[in-house]
Write a protein that binds this ligand. Structure first.
Ligand code: AMP
Ligand code: GLY
Length: 431
């Protein structure tokens, strides 16, 4: 099957390696596979769905040494990094040192996601709109400060904490517990050595992804994420239970403001700091009464934002990435499908806390011939020839439609046809 695919592809014959194993990486592989320039895609470590479009390689996304070795041994022409950990660990630096082409920020630039303190100080220094904040390294001083604050207030562990290091506190009592959790009990590990205390902002949240080449930035289309586990935005914060694109809140006027005050200024700031950013920059925005403000930066595609943005992209993703590597992004004109997209995450009961794995998934094959329905696998694996659950987030049911409502209906129709034990999902994605 693979050989036939190689034969049918164009003459450029590029071999790609994608690093990661979630729904985001499935979407990246799926999109890259549409490029006529690609002959072979490897994915490390991948999952059962990715295995349909790429050759999965049993190397952990954080095993940088092995990944470098693989890229050399298999003459990989270009590596694309989906997930954050390897970026923070310096995968781009390691590949570049060996003369291997790789798309993503180097370690110095990935700090924009890796340290909340760094990103807050950057925004302050370069006048990029964001919430007012203070940084603490000492829990006693933090508590003294928190006694005098207005509530609610937001506490953030400095480092990477799987999106869980953010606590919204309604009272001093809650903040005291938060300081205990982050700085004293170190529930998020080293990430809690420093803590940001941030003003609580109000407004709709929008995710914007952008291609960057160190110099130029081209924003993609807007998306919205549903972070809470349960309907009506109840339950715990998760990695994301569903997304849709575009967001009705992200108007042309807002886009203009963001371009002027946030996107290019961020890229300029990183360059001025000697950390030019190349790769995908993710802006978590809050559209407040006083204009759009940055909630957070991520140094990679969002998950599950990628699953709704990439299916709307008409361009060849590989061409964009190659332009970025040559610092020619300004020559690229992005084109988008008019249709709306939605992604409903099917998770395992108990996610994001404790969940079990290994349940057989049925109904996947019913969907393969529908053009506007794509099932992106997140936590799946193959066991005795069967696709079984292998993570908290299992699948992302992604559909295109004439409107969000149209896409929504198609997505939930598909949700009903796919089953596994302990299937759990939100019924209000895009509502
Ligand atoms: P973050 O990881 O920084 O994006 O924070 C996770 C979530 O916490 C965001 O998606 C927001 O819903 C919420 N959040 C973070 N910072 C603030 C803030 N300053 N004001 C209100 N909500 C916030
Ligand atoms: N969906 C949010 C993230 O990828 O961080």
């Amino acid at each position: 099957m693979k050989d036939i695919l190689v034969y049918m592809k164009g003459s450029d014959s590029m071999k790609l390696l994608v690093v990661g194993s979630g729904g985001r990486e499935h979407a990246i592989v799926w999109k890259l596979n549409q490029s006529p320039k690609v002959s072979e895609i490897y994915c490390a470590p991948g999952n059962a769905g990715i295995a349909d479009v790429a050759q999965c390689v049993d190397i952990k996304a954080t095993d940088i040494e092995e990944l470098v070795k693989f890229a050399k041994d298999y003459s990989v022409d270009l590596t694309v990094v989906g997930m954050d950990d390897p970026l923070m660990m310096g995968i781009v630096d390691a590949f570049e040192k060996e003369g291997l082409r790789i798309f993503g920020p180097n370690r110095a630039a990935a700090l924009i996601e890796g340290s909340k303190v760094f990103s807050k100080d950057l925004m302050k220094k370069y006048d990029i709109p964001s919430a007012a904040y203070e940084v603490f390294e000492d829990s006693v001083k933090a508590l003294d400060y928190l006694k005098l604050c207005q509530y609610p207030i937001v506490l953030k562990a400095d480092g990477l904490a799987l999106g869980k290091g953010v606590l919204i506190c309604q009272s001093f009592e809650e903040a005291k517990k938060g300081v205990q959790t982050i700085m004293i009990d170190k529930k998020f590990g080293e990430a809690g050595n420093r803590m940001v205390v941030e003003e609580f902002m109000i407004g709709p949240e929008v995710s914007m992804l952008a291609f960057c080449d160190g110099e130029h930035i081209i924003p993609m289309v807007s998306a919205q994420d549903h972070k809470r586990a349960l309907d009506g935005n109840k339950g715990l914060n998760t990695g994301g239970m569903g997304t849709f694109s575009p967001s009705k809140y992200y108007t042309k006027e807002i886009h203009k403001q963001c371009k002027e005050t946030i996107y290019q200024p961020t890229l300029n700031a990183m360059k001025a700091e000697g950390r030019p950013f190349s790769g995908i920059l993710f802006f978590g925005l809050m559209l407040t009464e006083n204009g759009p403000k940055v909630l957070e930066y991520n140094a990679r595609f969002g998950d599950p934002e990628a699953q709704v943005v990439l299916p709307r992209l008409k361009n060849d993703l590989l061409e964009i990435i190659e332009a970025a590597l040559e610092q020619k992004l300004h020559t690229i004109q992005l084109e988008w499908k008019e249709e709306s997209a939605i992604c409903v995450i099917l998770a395992s009961g108990g996610y994001p806390v404790a969940y079990t794995k290994g349940y057989e998934i049925t109904g996947l094959n019913n969907q393969t011939d529908k053009e506007d329905v794509t099932i992106f696998h997140a936590g799946t694996t193959l066991k005795n020839g069967k696709t079984v659950t292998n993570g908290g987030r299992v699948l992302g049911i992604t559909t295109l439609g004439q409107s969000i409502e149209d896409a929504r209906q198609k997505a939930y129709q598909t949700v009903d046809t796919i089953n596994f034990d302990k299937k759990q999902y939100r019924t209000d994605i895009g509502k």
